[in-house]
Design a protein around this ligand. Structure first.
Ligand code: FPP
Length: 310
């Protein structure tokens, strides 16, 4: 049966499949059946007010909205949150203001993901190449991620979100590493959404690391070279991601650039790409809904002739 979301996903009170507004960690996993069985309906995007992670209370009502069927919903969405620097320069003169506002956009998208039954959301927060930015911007980003995480932890717990961090975390400042480890530990029982944050992450570096790990295991006699195939490689990658998630069905990039920028290179082989000119700080739950709607329109043939279910 379909699930209908009117405007703000909080606001579908009248629909039989309305998602309750209780803090999600008190709800059973049954609110999130396998997404392939979910058939949400989203609404015309202009009326969609982004929900806040900080409140479980509907904060406005909307008039008429025209719902549309969303089928299928991606289980795993990757997000390249680009355009912060440009937004900051455009609005305030400082790139860092864009990063700051980017946290607000992320909060809304994370909350919408929980409400809409997305299982995994992987966000690109800092790449292996981002170190070449001015030292002050790098330091700002490190502080921002740490402080945003600390500030959001109560809402993250209330929403039943499990945090995982992927990338070469050992190169991050030690206090930040401690914060990330604690966030992973304290959320490890949550099941409403896996929020994977890529930090000091590079797709090529990750592939090279897996190749190295496999070579070591072959050298140690734990593997035969002939055992190495795509599924073994993918299993090593899942271990690096501390997760059993599937490849992202959809990767969204904001800020208009049409490239992957070293994001999930292995996993993106058959991901649907959605690029929008909207700069990340301006990206709302309504824009997210539009990306999901576009995804639902795509035909995924995986090199074959017929569309295959995702
Ligand atoms: C790219 O925009 C954005 C980043 C490198 C940082 C993104 C990080 C956040 C939004 C904070 C995430 C916070 C948590 C807690 C995970 P850009 O600076 O490259 O933009 P530009 O293309 O306009 O220069």
């Amino acid at each position: 049966m379909g699930r209908e979301i009117h405007g703000n996903p909080h606001l579908s009170h009248s629909h039989p499949a309305f998602l309750p507004l209780l803090p999600l960690h008190r709800c059973s996993r049954s609110h999130h059946p396998p997404v392939s069985r979910q058939r949400p309906l989203l609404t015309s995007s202009h009326s969609l007010e982004p929900p806040s992670l900080n409140t479980a209370t509907p904060h406005s009502t909307h008039g008429t909205v025209r719902p549309f069927r969303l089928d299928p919903v991606p289980r795993h969405v990757g997000l390249i949150m680009d355009g912060n620097g440009r937004w900051g320069q455009l609005h305030c003169g400082a790139r860092t203001d864009g990063h700051q506002r980017g946290v607000e956009a992320l909060r809304q998208v994370v909350h919408a993901s929980v409400q809409w039954g997305i299982a995994d959301l992987t966000v690109f927060a800092f790449s292996t190449e981002n170190w070449c930015r001015p030292a002050s911007e790098v330091a700002f980003l490190m502080r921002l991620v740490t402080s945003a995480l600390r500030a959001e932890m109560p809402a993250i717990h209330d929403s039943g979100i499990r945090l995982r961090f992927i990338g070469e975390l050992e190169a991050l400042p030690p206090p930040m590493q401690a914060c990330l480890a604690e966030a992973e530990r304290s959320t490890c029982q949550h099941t409403n959404l896996n929020l994977n944050v890529a930090l000091n992450y590079g797709g090529r570096r990750e592939i090279a690391a897996v190749a190295r790990a496999i070579a070591h295991d072959v050298e140690a006699g734990q593997l035969c070279a002939d055992d190495v195939d795509e599924s073994l490689f993918a299993a090593y990658l899942r271990r690096a991601h501390k997760a059993a998630h599937n490849d992202p069905e959809l990767i969204i990039r904001t800020g208009g650039e049409q490239r992957l920028s070293n994001f999930m290179l292995w996993h993106a082989a058959y991901s649907e790409l959605y690029v929008t000119d909207v700069l990340w700080p301006d990206f709302t739950a309504a824009d997210f809904a539009e990306a999901l709607r576009e995804y639902a329109r795509r035909q995924r043939r995986f090199g074959g002739v017929h569309s295959r279910p995702s």
